[in-house]
Ligand binder design. Sequence first.
Ligand code: VOV
Length: 248
Amino acid sequence: MAEAAETLDGWYCLHDFRTINWTEWKAFSSAEKQEAIAELNQLFSDWDLNHQVHEGSYGIYSILGQKADFAFMLLRPTMEELSTIETQFNKSKFAEITEPAYSFVSVVELSNYLGSKNGDPYAHPLVQKRLKPTLPDMGYFCFYPMDKKRQYGDNWYMLPMEERKNLMRSHGQIGRSYAGTITQIITGSVGLDDWEWGVTLFANDPLQFKKIVYEMRFDEASARFGEFGPFYVGLHQSPDAFIQSLSL
Ligand code: VOV
């Protein structure tokens, strides 16, 4: 049996994609709209407070194309907290006019492919920072789920550890050439959702998503072993901008 990589696991993560039923929103009376907006403001200010004290993080994104209208990315230390937030939102007036489009449940993950073997990795401040990330204030967001192939002949999980380390080293080298341009958060979802990882990328130039994903397609870790789900791309929105967009 090939040696399993050890993972370091951080905050739990919920990606929640929804569509808006504009016909129903427009049919709300102005009192109903005000109630919906007041509740949203309250929810967003709770999320923001949590984000400020670094007990979690959140991002609001306006999604381009027909797969969804908006997405929330929420990070919390426990699944219970994420579940509470999800229920709070679902009970809100605004949620009455939204429909589920896609969701993804995962946990922020780092692997030991490239780390040193010395000491407790959780003790490093840099590791803590990556496991409990503050979502960046960058203009664009890209999310997709992925697997590593498990086919006869090309089975990632049957490769010896050394070989996987080499492949991840090359992957990391490409990734690092995008330092400062792209921020990535890899969340593990084996046993939690239908794919093995969620890849969330942030950039100030959306063209960089196309560049990095394309370049990685030629790298063996992706070229031979990567299998990809649907891609979602969108624009980062402040709570105020999100609420503003409802009255456009
Ligand atoms: C900014 C870009 C960037 C950088 C710097 C980067 C670096 C690294 C390093 C150093 C490591 C390994 C150690 C760890 O930290 O886990 C990883 C790990 C991983 N990556 Fe990555 N990746 C990037 C970016 C990046 C992208 C764009 C993708 C999607 C692939 C594509 O073709 O679309 C991806 C995927 C992954 C995955 C699924 C894993 C886990 C694999 C596993 O088997 O466990 N990743 N990644």
